[in-house]
Design a protein around this ligand. Structure first.
Ligand SMILES: [Mg+2]
Length: 355
């Protein structure tokens, strides 16, 4: 099988309401949907959802880089995934979200060619995964109300965005913990917005509560202080923006910086890189989470297949699609209820894409 063409289509995902995180407020996101066309008549689909503050890419830079990668990939066998990554990495450093879109499309093709869903190709544990749901920064009262609403919908894991204002962060955490009682666990994601001292002080205020994980409190380049945090809090420290690749994972694990890492396909150049990160951290006895940027159901479906394939993926933070209005160009892949995602057993991603 050979790649005949790679085409992309820009889609806009409209949030049902504005989302606020430390990077700013967002009302919509854009993705590039990648279509890898083969001479065998099979088509693979992937999604590129760049987020400039984390990977340095935008839709505009991806469109330029895609032309360059398309030139070198036409004629290649899309089922030789390692070779395709080698060619892409040799040609352009970075552009991990773009490479993720191409990677997802290749795994979709691999599944379609072998008549297997991706999660079985990658290992295969279960066709179901449980995701948390994220509460964005707002007033503490509104955030606590949102937590209560999610419990009523059946969610048992909440993730809370913090990191803009310390007093508001603490008030929000307290009100959310009061609202959920023992009905849900709570992760806090400061998105690089705290110092080590703040992190230690805040986490110690919430010892012995349902708050069990703090994610990326420090800027991604600050490494030594992660060890200080770990030795001074009882909760687990998860690193996100500090870990993009298997070598990043190796470095933070060997430095004793993390109890957990958050893998995102847009950081890891897709499923191939995610496999590498998971194996590195698993070999050190460290579990991982699979998270997302702001992908549509397509990118989320690929990440859910990865989670469903591996026992070491202890948590899923695959909820961006819940915040978007329905897309009429995308069907299938998985169903969800209260954070429980059930994957289709159709080949590849198991999705119908009409673009
Ligand atoms: Mg994060």
């Amino acid at each position: 099988m050979h790649i005949k063409d790679i085409v992309s289509k820009k889609v806009s995902n409209q949030f049902t309401h504005p989302i606020k995180v430390t990077f700013g407020e967002m009302t919509s996101t854009e993705s590039l949907i990648i279509k890898v066309v083969t001479d065998a008549g099979l088509i693979g689909y992937g999604e590129v959802c760049p987020f400039e503050p984390v990977t340095g890419e935008s839709i505009q830079t991806e469109e330029v880089a895609l032309d360059i990668l398309t030139d070198i990939l036409i004629g290649q066998d899309p089922l030789c995934i390692e070779q395709v990554h080698h060619l892409m990495d040799d040609k352009i450093v970075g552009h991990t979200a773009l490479k993720a879109g191409i990677d997802i499309a290749m795994y979709d093709l691999l599944g379609k060619a072998s008549d297997l869903p991706i999660y079985k190709l990658l290992g295969g544990v279960s066709n179901q995964v449980r995701s948390d749901v994220t509460i964005a920064i707002d007033t503490p009262e509104k955030m606590a109300q949102e937590a209560t609403d999610y419990l009523a919908q059946g969610f048992t894991q909440l993730k809370v965005k913090t990191g803009i204002d310390q007093a508001t962060d603490e008030a929000a955490i307290r009100q959310i913990l009061d609202a959920v009682g023992d009905k849900a666990t709570v992760k806090i994601d400061a998105n690089q917005g705290w110092t080590a001292k703040q992190t230690i002080r805040i986490l110690n205020e919430f010892r012995n509560t349902q708050l069990d994980i703090v994610e990326q409190p420090l800027p991604y380049w600050q490494h030594e202080e992660n060890q200080l945090i770990r030795s001074n809090i009882t909760q687990d420290l998860m690193l996100d923006e500090s870990v993009h690749s298997p070598s990043d994972a190796y470095n933070v694990i060997s430095n004793g910086e993390a109890d957990m890492v958050n893998i995102k396909l847009m950081k890891s150049s897709g499923l191939f890189g995610a496999e590498g990160i998971n194996k590195v951290v698993e070999s050190a006895g460290v579990p991982c989470m699979i998270g997302c940027m702001a992908e549509s159901r397509l990118g989320i479906c690929a990440a859910a297949h990865f989670a469903a394939a591996h026992r070491n993926v202890a948590y899923c933070d695959l909820d961006s699609y819940l915040m978007f209005k329905e897309s009429d160009w995308l069907k299938g892949g998985f169903t969800s209820e209260g954070g429980l995602l059930t994957l289709s057993d159709q080949p590849g991603l198991g999705m119908e894409v009409d673009l």
